[in-house]
Design a protein around this ligand. Structure first.
Ligand SMILES: Cc1ncc(COP(=O)(O)O)c(C=O)c1O
Length: 456
């Protein structure tokens, strides 16, 4: 570690004095310096002390899919900003049109893109569309929105109403009506003793629909792989049944691809692993790998057509996102997508995903504290338990000590964080899609050392 320069001391003190960080208990910063990341290149980042880290969480929250230091994205954004930085999306822009065309080529069956600038906002748009369809087309029926335990859809009051993570939603209510939870589908924490677990977990959604009244339910909103709720890949049979249930009761299916979108699972979108046909797909984080803010709410022509009744002056989607008109987002997103294609990062994600799963699987033999390893592509979780037979979760503080020990070894990993009461015990790995075999091995070696340091 090199000594901090005076300039960096100044920055650090300015941060300590003025920044209100996300998801952070600030008491700790009264005695410790805030960490400031000053540079990134490829898979690596450096802090204000010059300490290097291998970033196994793509910017902390599964975002920088193509890695740091991509000059071609920066150049595309720069060129676009000089040409035209902004105009409200009630009119068009060149990168918005061109990116939507490229994006929809990857999403057969989908045909319209609504731009905004965060995952929360993208999801709120869907909720608003569903409520408007309920008001206009269903006489106020079909207004309820189903979400799943352990899933997360954003930080606004509306999306927190659809939050399956109790600790994220606590103390921020009361919430709007009409949001109803369905059971999670994590087989490791099984709620039913059956063979065909995927089908049973999906049947539980039907039970909720029947309880609420099918006529009241307009939307089912699901993550393709639950992210911050513990990296949950739905079991075989789940998605076919989900699709069947949505068709049976005329319920629109919304897949929240804010984390899985743009390659993280080894397909362009997580739902494409399962052969389902959603009515809405939302995405944000990886769309431009964090080089610019962008989110997309994507839907079908059938949904879009419902907002075009010229005889009703309120029939269209009367919504705006000011910064949905920033051209930097789609300009960066276009380059980001080209990089994923040209470098076959989907192929790399599958290969490296298999490697990290295998490495963590091998660590399970050595560390009984690892109860379960699960994931899809470069999106992997390891659930820590004090005892494999009782599956008692480790304390949240201990899981966080593992993260700190990995950082001491030069590797940043993640952990479920103030999300689920008593179950913030899953380590998260989501390196950039450019990760090499050496990077993967470095990550799991750090985990090995960290687990030994914390649990012996
Ligand atoms: C699955 C999912 N949906 C939505 C969001 C919200 O995205 P944003 O923080 O961009 O509003 C997140 C953020 O972590 C997420 O994980």
């Amino acid at each position: 570690m090199t000594a901090m320069s005076n300039d960096m001391r100044h920055v650090t003190e300015a941060d300590r004095a003025h920044i209100w960080h996300h998801l952070l208990q600030h008491k700790a910063l009264e005695t410790n310096d805030p960490r400031i990341i000053v540079k990134g290149q490829g898979m690596r980042v450096w802090d204000q002390n010059g300490t290097e880290f291998l970033d196994a969480v793509s910017g902390g929250v599964w975002t920088v899919n193509v890695g740091y230091g991509r000059e071609r994205i920066a150049n595309a954004v720069r060129d676009q900003l000089i040409e035209l930085p902004y105009f409200a999306q009630s009119v068009g822009s060149i990168p918005a049109a061109l990116f939507s065309e490229r994006l929809l080529e990857k999403m057969p069956g989908m045909s319209r893109v609504y731009y905004a600038n965060s995952g929360s906002e993208a999801n709120e748009k869907v909720f608003k569309m569903v409520r408007q369809m309920s008001a206009r087309l269903h006489d106020g029926r079909k207004w309820k929105i189903l979400y799943r335990e352990r899933d997360y859809h954003g930080a606004t009051i509306g999306t927190l109403a659809a939050c399956g993570q109790a600790e994220r939603a606590m103390q921020y209510g009361p919430y709007p009506d009409g949001f109803v939870s369905v059971p999670h589908c994590l087989e490791y924490r099984a709620q039913w003793d059956v063979e065909d677990y995927g089908r049973r977990a999906a049947d539980a959604i039907e039970e909720v629909i029947l309880r609420e009244g099918p006529d009241t339910v307009g939307l089912l909103c699901l993550e393709p792989v639950t992210a911050g709720g513990g990296v949950i890949v739905p079991p075989a049979g789940y998605w076919d049944r989900v699709q069947e249930i949505c068709r049976k009761y005329d319920i629109l299916l919304h897949i929240d691809e804010v984390v899985c979108g743009m390659g993280r699972t080894g397909e362009w979108f997580g739902y494409q692993n399962y052969g389902i046909k959603p009515d809405f797909v939302t995405m944000a984080k990886g769309v431009a790998s964090g080089y610019a803010a962008i989110s997309c709410t994507v839907t079908t022509e059938a949904v879009f057509e419902k907002f075009k009744d010229a005889s009703d002056r309120l029939s269209y989607f009367r919504d705006i996102s000011t910064f949905g008109g920033c051209t930097a987002g789609p300009a960066a997103a276009l380059e980001n997508m080209l990089i994923i294609e040209e470098e076959d990062l989907l192929g790399n994600t599958k290969a490296m995903g298999a490697r990290i799963m295998a490495n963590l699987g091998a660590l399970m033999e050595k560390h009984a504290i690892i109860g379960d390893v699960r994931g899809a592509g470069l999106f992997v979780g390891a659930e820590l338990v004090t005892d494999r037979s009782s599956k008692e979760p480790v304390a949240e503080a201990d899981a966080q000590r593992v993260v700190a020990e990995c950082a001491k070894r030069g590797v940043m990993i993640g952990v479920t964080n103030r999300s689920l009461v008593g179950f913030n015990n899953t380590l998260c790995f989501s390196p950039a899609l450019i990760a090499t075999a050496d990077d993967i091995d470095e990550i799991t070696e750090a985990v090995d050392g960290a687990l030994t340091a914390v649990f012996g």
